[in-house]
Design a protein around this ligand. Structure first.
Ligand SMILES: NC(=O)c1ccc[n+]([C@@H]2O[C@H](COP(=O)([O-])OP(=O)(O)OC[C@H]3O[C@@H](n4cnc5c(N)ncnc54)[C@H](OP(=O)(O)O)[C@@H]3O)[C@@H](O)[C@H]2O)c1
Length: 236
């Protein structure tokens, strides 16, 4: 597929996350329980407005996320769960992961590369997953994946739910439009950062501008609604 600007299409992408006050989305031991119950409602409401949820394989391996919606939060009629999409270059997802086994009538797509063995691809398909090959690797070609989701599956709104490395790659490739961030009143000193970027930013002039368009309290947390502008921040 060409990623020519004129031909390349992608859905609108909203990154949703909860972080500690010092900018981590999990401790190094894998504790990511940062949201309070009201914030969980926000997460489920956003899921219910999305056509698909995308996560990295690391999040599935560590959190074993189900990526479904509690029925009381449904915003869309008829009630429909978003498609679940996991990116994993070699299809390295446990076959008993809840994203595959829980409510198996909800479609789960696994985006892989040519580096995934035929045997593993077959195992994923036999477990009920739709497997989509996106590039040669080493990582899943995200632009190609998003183009396929938009043009072949009519997916217009995607919720990106982490983790750190996928957030970083998506941001680096300018594929995130909006961020919904809930900040919890805790710290961990050293943990899993909100973004693991493929290239370190040495000057804030290189950072995208996170334009905060709304801020509010969610009980003991602070919620920020942000539009990402891929341009330098103006501090005059
Ligand atoms: N607080 C929150 O809101 C929140 C939300 C979600 C996750 N988390 C936390 O985030 C942590 C997991 O983050 P993580 O960075 O380890 O893993 P991740 O971002 O979930 O997944 C990264 C993995 O996805 C695969 N991948 C394939 N193509 C990729 C591409 N183009 N770009 C990026 N990744 C690609 C790679 O593994 P393969 O070898 O399989 O290709 C890569 O190592 C967990 O601790 C979880 O609790 C927190």
């Amino acid at each position: 597929m060409t990623t020519d600007k004129l031909k390349y299409k992608r859905p609108y992408i909203t990154l949703s996350a909860a972080s500690s006050l010092d900018g981590y989305i999990s401790t190094i031991n894998g504790d990511s329980r940062l949201s309070n119950s009201k914030d969980w409602s926000r997460v489920h409401e956003l899921r219910s407005k999305s056509d698909a949820i995308i996560v990295g394989s690391g999040t599935i391996r560590i959190d074993d996320s189900k990526l479904t919606i509690d029925e009381k939060y449904f915003q869309k009629k008829p009630m429909e769960h978003p498609i679940r999409v996991v990116v994993s270059s070699k299809g390295n997802i446990p076959l008993n992961a809840r994203v595959i086994t829980y409510k198996s009538d909800i479609p789960t797509f696994i985006a892989i590369t040519s580096q995934c063995s035929k045997d593993q691809k077959l195992k994923l398909e036999k477990s009920g997953c739709k497997v989509i090959k996106c590039g040669k690797g080493p990582l899943v070609n995200l632009q190609q994946l998003l183009h396929i989701l938009k043009t072949e599956y009519s997916i217009h709104n995607v919720m990106l739910e982490g983790g750190s490395r996928l957030n970083g790659e998506m941001l680096h490739q300018k594929l995130i439009d909006e961020v919904h961030l809930a900040i919890a009143p805790v710290i961990c000193g050293k943990g899993v950062p909100f973004f693991t970027l493929p290239k370190t930013i040495s000057s804030f002039a290189e950072s995208p501008f996170f334009k905060i368009i709304r801020s509010e309290r969610i009980n003991d947390m602070v919620f920020l609604k942000i539009i990402i502008q891929y341009k330098q921040r103006d501090i005059t």
